[in-house]
Ligand binder design. Structure first.
Ligand code: ADP
Length: 453
């Protein structure tokens, strides 16, 4: 990993922790709200199931103990407690002289936790006491007392006539069981988001590793190609000297062999240049240095370079150039590489006596370059691969063994770097049309260390 990726990796971990904290808090809030609503709902339903007249009939003293009404309500409360399996206490309280007291609770008389009628509820919280005046259900707690840690649902019982609070019902739930579901929801959300983030991090780390590997490969190719250039140039130089008779007369057979050496050396130079260009594009070191370029001159100069092949194949070349085609700001070397690839491909992949057509014209805010030929075409099934690295179509590989499969990959990468477009249409054995759009506003300057060769 380079410095940048470890910074991004660190940032990712910090962001992941922050996301987890936010998710944890959100899940906790969501789950506790649900829990609170559910406990408030339970307390309110119990309160609603109580007859206020029955409660006001009680005196709230030990004298209630023997009355059938007390017995009846006590049974009711006990049943409610049984139905709410997670509840520890269910009780009805009243208020007298500013103090909260018990009308009754669910506990049997023999239980040590039993609160007889009239007993003051000393532990009643301020919130609890306020339910008498406010008439609003609340959640009380969590709080700890001698029996454990609790959360209580508190709800008022109203006089059905006056609407006044006549008593307050409480239902105590053990805090552990109260928070159990909340804990599960928080844990589930945090783990789910955590696994997602972890997955993303693994993918990111893999991507960074692949990038580093790719970069190392490109750097190696760049270095190796660069080293190969010097001996290749020397070989071609000496071959040329021998061919020109600088070292004495050359016999016919020797000439033939020397030409083979020269030709194959040129192929090798082309391949090395293409590899160097590919690595420069992939390393992002490519510079774009625009200056005013006349595209017509650029196209003609490439056609000039290809004139020997054009003549040998007796190809007919038609040029359709828009009069006064604007001069645009473009990198001359990149422009040359575009024309060189498109035109040399149409010369290479068009059989003898074929046609090549080149059009240059403005189209809205672009200049359109169109290079068409009546050549071998590209098989439909392979058309999607044309711009991929090292691709050569099956129909031309035997006919034209010379080729690197890198030209169009380089051209497309270059064109996309300056915001242009390239596409094509082709029919096998009929011909191919390549289109390139270069924005009239020209290419933007891009700082880099290397030019294409
Ligand atoms: P190269 O020409 O060195 O093989 P390119 O990247 O320039 O590599 O082209 C890739 C492939 O696309 C060629 O090998 C050929 O199969 C196909 N191709 C490109 N241009 C043409 C064309 N004008 N006519 C037919 N096939 C073409």
């Amino acid at each position: 990993m380079n410095n940048h990726s470890s910074i991004y990796g660190g940032l990712f971990i910090v962001a992941a922790i922050a996301i987890e904290v936010v998710v944890g808090i959100a899940a906790f809030r969501f789950a506790t709200t649900l829990e609170q609503n559910s406990l408030i709902g339970r307390a309110a339903s119990i309160a609603a199931a109580m007859e206020s007249e029955e409660i006001t009939t009680l005196s709230g003293n030990e004298s209630d103990l023997g009355t059938p009404l007390y017995q009846k309500l006590k049974k009711k409360i006990a049943r409610i407690k049984e139905a709410n399996t997670d509840a520890r206490f269910v009780y009805i309280t009243g208020q007298r002289n500013g103090k909260v007291f018990f009308y009754m609770d669910n506990e049997p008389v023999e239980s040590p936790d039993y609160s007889p009628p009239g007993q003051t509820y000393g532990e009643a919280s301020q919130g609890f006491t306020m339910v008498f005046t406010r008439g609003q259900e609340i959640i009380d707690g969590p709080y700890a007392d001698r029996w454990g840690t609790w959360v209580s649902g508190i709800a008022p019982i109203f006089n059905s006539g006056t609407g006044k609070v006549v008593a307050v019902i409480g239902i105590d739930i053990n805090a552990v069981s109260y928070f159990k579901r909340t804990f599960i929801v928080v844990l589930a959300s945090v783990s789910l988001v955590g696994s997602l983030l972890m997955g993303m991090f693994i993918l990111y780390a893999r991507y960074i590793k692949e990038q580093a590997l790719d970069r190392a490969k490109s750097e190696f190719v760049s270095l190796a190609s660069h080293q190969l250039k010097t001996p290749l140039t020397t070989v071609s130089w000496y071959a040329e000297m021998l061919l020109n008779g600088r070292a004495g007369k050359v016999a016919e057979k020797q000439k033939e062999y020397l030409e083979k050496i020269f030709h194959n050396n040129r192929r090798m130079k082309e391949l090395v240049n293409a590899l160097l260009n590919t690595s420069r594009i992939e390393l992002g070191t490519l510079a774009i240095e625009p200056e005013p370029v006349n595209l017509i001159e650029a196209a003609d100069s490439v056609l000039d370079e290809l004139s020997v092949q054009i003549k040998n194949k007796r190809l007919q070349v038609e040029r359709d150039y828009e009069k006064n085609l604007p001069v645009i700001n473009a990198d001359p070397q990149l422009t040359r590489i575009i024309f060189q690839n498109l035109l040399s491909n149409s010369v290479k992949y068009t059989p003898d006596k074929g046609m090549i057509f080149i059009t240059l014209k403005t189209q809205k805010s672009d200049i359109l370059i169109k290079v068409s030929d009546s050549g071998y075409g590209i098989p439909k099934a392979q058309q999607s691969q044309v711009f991929k690295k090292l691709f050569r179509a099956d129909n031309v590989r035997e006919k034209e063994p010379d080729g690197t499969g890198l030209g169009l990959y380089i051209v497309k990468s270059v064109i996309e770097q300056f915001g242009g477009k390239i596409w094509f249409e082709s029919t096998q054995n009929k011909g191919t049309i390549f289109y390139v759009m270069i924005p009239l506003k020209g290419m933007e300057n891009k700082k880099g260390t290397k030019e294409l060769v």
